[in-house]
Design a protein around this ligand. Structure first.
Ligand code: FES
Length: 166
């Protein structure tokens, strides 16, 4: 089944995009700060934003898309309700991270950068959360958690889903 297109931006989202562009367009290398500001605000970089950025910076949409696709950090579709990042850097990998990654993808039924069918969780890789002493580590929204076993991961996801339906 083809994926539904994201809904058009609301007026307030469009205003936020315009403001992010206006405040940064004169910076040297303005594109990355603009993209970061938009994603920080909306959670993703919509096609409407790409068109506005291209116009403001006098670049083509293809050039903007090229930069967005180069950096995996940027999302071109809205994320799920919660973004869960699993650390794939060395310390975590050496302490159960590899098994945790496999488990996370299998139990959620998604690959990296994908969102579960119920829209609850987007799974992303990350390369060191600065929590190496408590490897393996994940970030759930803005919270960094350590010593994550597959069972603990499942408990955290179940808790998220419960909060969603509460
Ligand atoms: S290597 Fe995973 S938190 Fe540093």
């Amino acid at each position: 089944m083809p994926k539904a297109s994201p809904p058009p931006l609301t007026d307030s989202e469009l205003s936020a995009v315009r403001l992010a562009i206006e405040e940064r367009r004169s910076l040297p290398g303005a594109l990355l700060p603009i993209l970061h500001a938009i994603q920080d605000c909306l959670g993703w970089v919509p096609a409407e934003a790409v068109a506005l950025i291209a116009e403001a910076l006098n670049q083509s949409r293809a050039e903007i898309h090229g930069v967005i696709s180069f950096y995996h950090h940027f999302r071109t579709v809205p994320p799920g309700s919660v973004v869960v990042q699993v650390c794939r850097a060395e310390s975590c990998q050496a302490r159960g991270g590899v098994a945790l990654e496999l488990h996370a993808r299998r139990s959620l039924g998604v690959d990296w950068h994908e969102t579960t069918a119920d829209g609850a969780v987007t799974l992303e890789p990350v390369y060191c959360l600065g929590n190496c002493a408590c490897s393996p580590a994940i970030r759930v929204g803005n919270e960094i958690l350590g010593r994550i076993s597959p069972a603990r991961f499942d408990g955290i996801i179940a808790g998220l889903r419960q909060e969603e339906t509460a």
